[in-house]
Design a protein around this ligand. Structure first.
Ligand code: B1M
Length: 207
């Protein structure tokens, strides 16, 4: 069975059907990563396109996000490599003004599975809150996520506040509108395009 039905269930915000179809794909022997990338995340891309065209509105986008997250809950134990702890501490959050947290949650989940101690500050996190948490938890890495072009500048401010506070922690950024060029421009220490990439990046930065 292809992923069309699963995508349709997520796009229509049908959580029960999303969960049922994720389980069905697993029972058929599909890889969890395949279901995530080509079923759940692909559906959110369609939702974004429909929203962009004015064919779908915020309440529908919200219930689609819920259906995605309900399906994702089944995959979580399967997409996470269980490695030993003690790899370092990562403070993570979606930047000030940004309420999109699904991608950030995936990054946090995979970092945790890869053995990092993750302090998740949630969404709408101010530069001051990032700095305070990094100090409190002696973070090795501060991870910032943004999905809106209007919230990306919060990353520049946060990096700058981290430097002003004399923090040793590495600053990494990610999220759909981000690029390596932007990360370089704001003098972040790294950029990753997806959650597995964020794990590789953190391991590289702390090696
Ligand atoms: Co919004 N939204 N949204 N939204 N939303 C987008 C992002 C948008 C592209 C849709 C569109 O217009 N086509 C558009 C942004 C345009 C832009 O600026 N480029 C948009 C808009 C405009 C808005 C509002 C402004 C709408 C309005 O109010 N008029 C509003 C803003 C609210 C706010 O944040 N202040 C808004 C609201 C919402 C909801 C609340 C309804 C909901 C979010 C629910 C939630 O997150 N709990 C929502 C949703 C669901 C989306 C789309 C459809 C899906 C996002 C998603 O979860 N993707 C999105 C369209 C799209 O992305 N195609 C859209 C799946 C997720 C797994 O991917 O988050 O990209 P992503 O994460 C990836 C990578 O980016 C990366 O790894 C992840 C996994 O591989 N990554 C990192 C992410 N963070 C990382 C950090 C790292 C490293 C990698 O290191 C630290």
């Amino acid at each position: 069975m292809a992923f069309d039905e699963l995508q349709k269930a997520v796009i229509e915000g049908d959580s029960d059907e999303s969960v049922r179809l994720v389980q069905q794909h697993l029972d058929e022997g599909k890889e969890a990563k395949d279901i995530l990338d080509n079923g759940l995340i692909a559906a959110m891309d369609v939702v974004g396109d429909l929203f962009g065209k004015g064919e779908l509105f915020i309440p529908e986008m919200l219930i689609a996000a819920e259906a995605m997250q309900d399906g994702l809950a089944l995959l979580k134990p399967l997409i996470v490599d269980q490695e030993e702890g003690g790899k370092g501490t990562v403070v993570i959050g979606a930047v000030k003004g940004d309420l999109h947290d699904i991608g950030k949650n995936l990054v946090a989940l995979m970092l945790e599975g890869a053995g990092f101690n993750v302090v998740d500050l949630g969404a709408d996190v101010t530069p001051e809150a990032f700095v305070a948490a990094a100090q409190e938890h002696k973070a090795d890495v501060v991870g910032m996520s943004a999905l809106l072009v209007t919230t990306m500048p919060q990353m520049r401010i946060t990096v700058s506040r981290m430097r002003d506070a004399g923090l040793d922690a590495k600053a990494i950024v990610g999220g759909a509108p981000l690029t390596q060029a932007y990360a370089d421009e704001i003098q972040a220490d790294g950029y990753a395009s997806d959650a597995p990439g964020a794990v590789v990046l953190c391991k590289k930065l702390l090696a």
